[in-house]
Design a protein. Structure first.
Length: 429
């Protein structure tokens, strides 16, 4: 799901709501009375917070790495986990149905290796949990690397009383058009949308590239959820619904291996978008509270409106030319695009932002309508993605549309056609 939708309407609403929330918190802090002196003997002291509310220091950390045929990258991944400024007690690599040297290279790099057949990312992660002896579990993909201070930064967030957090994401390079697109995509998420969601107290997702969770809370939830396309979305909203606090850690960085072809990019985005759609429906995410409604609905608004709007870009340019392109979506598009570029420059610098901008523009234009179609297919047509390309070479498969939904859609189409007929006839006259 991209925060860089061309409509920008949802992004503006999200930002306004988050800034208003920040203002309310700042005002509440100013109005707080001065601290009272410690209670005298005989008075009742405040009740201590629950044991699960705060970590004891120092907190121990284990890293779990689900890996399927990651021989090309697993050594660098394990080394990045072992060479943290904060001590890591365990690095457990789950070699999931591997047919290459992933297990051997992981052992050689210093990790504990479990070999098994998880069948999914969440299932592979859950194979490791019985072997974890630590307060916190950091989960990282087998083709990613952590910055040296990433664990220390996430531990600081967790000690503030949160049950989960995630790192900022950046691609390992900006060589291909795909990594350029994703570099700017992640930069805006890191520097804008995720920080606005933090202000509202409702992260849309603790991204699975590198996240951190309390082991006791994970145990309570039964481990990483294995019943969805996107375990990170599912786990985040399970925590929200149970009243746990989660937060983003902007100063922790994980570097990712991005797709190297358009089919690979589309396959990955297909899983993310369909998993998002299924998770929002399962958890009734917009109905959790007002903040959840704002976070979810603003993103969906941009995904639909922005995605469909891109279909009008080429016809608009054909009619008005490049010189008139500024009139497409007028001031709102210009404002949001300028803000995106400004955030990108703040996060990446001028040179990297300018290098990534053409790739982002091309692929955002190409993928916007596709994203919108996936949401329509999931929520309106009721055809759900059940397996996905990527791990274990699976083909993407969809559930069929139910007969009941077909009848409802045909009825709705007939009603709309009847309602629109008089207006069409008047235009012809």
């Amino acid at each position: 799901m991209s925060a860089l939708a061309y409509s920008g309407a949802g992004l503006v609403v999200l930002t306004a709501a988050a800034l208003a929330k920040k203002g309310q918190k700042a005002l509440a802090r100013k109005r707080q009375p001065k601290r009272l002196s410690p209670p005298t003997r005989g008075t009742q002291r405040p009740t201590a917070p629950p044991v699960t509310a705060m970590l004891t220091a120092p907190a121990t950390v284990a890293v779990v790495v689900p890996a399927h045929n990651e021989a090309a990258t697993i050594t660098a991944t394990v080394h990045s986990c072992l060479h943290q400024t904060y001590p890591v007690e365990q690095v457990i690599v789950v070699a999931d149905s591997c047919t290459d040297a992933t297990a051997t290279l992981s052992r050689r790099a210093g990790a504990t290796v479990l070999e098994g057949k998880g069948g999914s990312k969440a299932a592979a992660q859950n194979l490791a949990l019985p072997h974890v002896v630590a307060d916190l579990v950091v989960a990282i993909d087998g083709d990613n690397t952590l910055e040296a201070t990433a664990v220390a930064q996430m531990v600081t967030t967790m000690r503030a009383g949160h049950a989960g957090t995630c790192a900022s994401v950046l691609p390992k390079d900006t060589v291909t058009i795909y990594s350029q697109y994703r570099t700017l995509y992640h930069a805006v998420a890191n520097g804008w949308t995720k920080q606005m969601q933090d202000a509202l107290g409702r992260q849309l997702v603790l991204n699975g590239m590198a996240n951190c969770h309390r082991m006791d809370v994970l145990t309570e939830l039964g481990g990483f959820p294995d019943g969805s396309m996107t375990e990170d979305f599912d786990l985040t909203w399970a925590l929200h619904r149970r009243g746990y606090s989660v937060a983003f850690t902007p100063k922790a960085f994980v570097y990712t291996q991005e797709p190297t072809s358009f089919p690979e990019l589309i396959g990955q985005m297909h899983r993310w978008t369909s998993g998002f759609a299924q998770c929002m429906a399962e958890h009734k995410a917009p109905l959790v509270d007002t903040a959840s409604f704002i976070v979810v609905v603003t993103l969906v608004l941009d995904a639909f409106v922005g995605g469909l709007a891109t279909l009008t870009l080429l016809p608009f340019l054909a009619r008005h030319g490049i010189a008139g392109s500024w009139r497409w979506w007028s001031w709102l598009w210009i404002l949001v695009s300028a803000a995106n570029i400004g955030v990108g420059i703040n996060q990446l610098g001028v040179r990297t932002t300018l290098r990534c901008l053409p790739g982002w523009f091309i692929l955002q234009t190409a993928t916007g309508p596709i994203n919108a179609w996936w949401l329509v297919r999931e929520w309106i047509l009721g055809r759900h993605l059940t397996t996905w390309t990527g791990r274990h070479g699976r083909r993407a498969t969809l559930t069929p549309m139910s007969p009941q939904r077909k009848r409802r859609l045909l009825t709705a189409a007939a009603v709309l056609a009847c309602a629109a007929t008089p207006a069409i006839q008047r235009r012809k006259l």
